[in-house]
Design a protein around this ligand. Structure first.
Ligand SMILES: [Mn+2]
Length: 429
């Protein structure tokens, strides 16, 4: 497809996508069953949604429920608790949500009713959290052989619960749920894959807006806000992570977070950005010429990074490890950098190839994973080779999101313009 047709297709796909928005109750129910399968009889598991971290004084960051809790419930409400009990081979779940509170709700908005919590989660047993502490002693019975908590949960509510249980039941055997979530969450449901594709499409819309706005003399934050505006106009008020817009030498800072610099004629601009859609994340990187035309050096590195990406797409299949993707890309980068006269034959390619190529992607942008695990169909990965040339004053990475299929991988973000010619055509149209 040519660049214009591509961007029209992207726009059409985003508006079509307004139909499916959220994970189904079926998804949450399946996840509870799958976790239950991994627990032995006599297991009691307790998870909490958490509380928003303090920003300063009495101001908090926007609340995002603990992702493992969300994975089982779909509930985005602070101070909620899920109890999962496995006895005689069956799994019984109870959700505790904060009760209605007129004063709280006057300031902070409506809380979920128990019926609303049931609609969202598919859980029929919903109680108020105010009764939880009283019930905790009853929940831990003589039949409880092991108490499972999520040790990876880093929030005030989780810490409080863990301390309290350890204090009240010092002899109870406890275990960590976190490794089980890694095992479960690495392989995605089809609806997660569909939502990641939608998140990538929305990210692509934002990148197109940046391309249209880009010209020398603007500040990095002008491009940053084009991206932010596009997302929030589509209802995504917070991206998957802090957007990176890094011009010129700033592109040599991998997690550049202070986009205040001026875009100079001749700068290369690194974008590393991602929307969320229905709770799932995208993570996309593109590199743009500030003036609409790549310089010879920029183009040389661009083509090399694209070659690395294609090598990664051709390498990813079930049964391999993430390190094999890195090795394949590093080999391509090594040859290209030698040919360009940048790398010396006895020099490690890591002098130019600074970071890993792939990480898992899902409910978290760096989704929880076991980096040694063999790839399986349904896993979703980023593919983001990067080459950084300090002596030329810039570096770049190109990043797309793929799902592992039965015999290879499928690029979920393929509609976002990626070829250098396409990008130049779009920026000069
Ligand atoms: Mn990434």
């Amino acid at each position: 497809m040519n660049a214009m047709a591509n961007s029209a297709a992207l726009a059409a796909s985003v508006s079509d996508s307004m139909k499916i928005k959220a994970l189904s109750t079926h998804y949450f129910r399946e996840n509870r069953q799958a976790l239950g399968q991994l627990l032995t009889d006599g297991s009691l598991a307790i998870l909490v949604s958490g509380r928003p971290p303090v920003r300063t004084s009495d101001e908090h960051y926007r609340f995002l429920a603990n992702r493992n809790f969300f994975y089982l419930t779909g509930i985005e409400q602070e101070g909620s608790i899920l109890v999962l009990l496995k006895e005689y081979g069956t799994i019984k779940c109870t959700l505790f949500v904060p009760g209605t509170d007129a004063m709280y709700e006057r300031w902070n908005g409506k809380r979920l009713t128990r019926a609303e919590a049931t609609d969202r989660s598919g859980l029929t047993d919903v109680a108020y959290v105010e009764g939880f502490e009283g019930q905790l002693a009853d929940l831990i019975t003589s039949r409880t052989q092991k108490l499972w908590l999520d040790y990876s949960a880093d929030n005030a509510q989780a810490r409080h619960l863990k301390d309290q249980i350890m204090q009240d039941h010092p002899l109870l055997e406890t275990a960590d749920l976190a490794p089980l979530f890694i095992q479960l969450r690495m392989v995605k449901h089809q609806e997660e894959i569909d939502l990641i594709r939608e998140a990538a499409m929305l990210t692509g819309e934002g990148i197109l807006a940046v391309m249209r706005a880009c010209r020398p003399g603007l500040k990095e934050y002008h491009l940053w806000s084009e991206f932010q505006y596009t997302l929030s106009q589509a209802g995504c008020l917070e991206p998957a992570f802090n957007s990176i817009v890094a011009a010129g030498e700033n592109s040599l800072c991998l997690h550049y977070m202070n986009p205040q610099a001026t875009l100079e004629d001749g700068d290369l601009i690194q974008l590393d950005v991602g929307a969320t859609y229905g709770g799932l994340c995208a993570d996309i990187s593109r590199a743009l010429p500030a003036n609409g035309r790549f310089s010879e050096r920029q183009r040389a590195i661009y083509d090399l990074v694209r070659q690395c990406q294609e090598k990664a797409f051709a390498t990813i299949r079930p049964g391999i490890r993430l390190t094999q993707i890195n090795e394949a890309c590093q080999e391509v980068a090594r040859e290209g950098l030698l040919a360009l006269g940048l790398l010396q034959p006895d020099q490690p390619v890591k002098d130019y190839f600074w970071h890993g190529v792939s990480h898992h992607l899902g409910l978290d942008v760096h989704d929880i994973s076991n980096k040694e695990a063999l790839l399986k169909p349904g896993m979703v990965l980023t593919v983001e080779p990067g080459v950084y040339v300090t002596e030329w004053g810039f570096g770049m990475r190109l990043e797309d999101d793929v799902v592992v299929t039965d015999d290879g991988c499928l690029v979920l973000s393929a509609a976002i313009p990626r070829e250098a010619e396409e990008i130049e055509a779009l920026m000069n149209s």
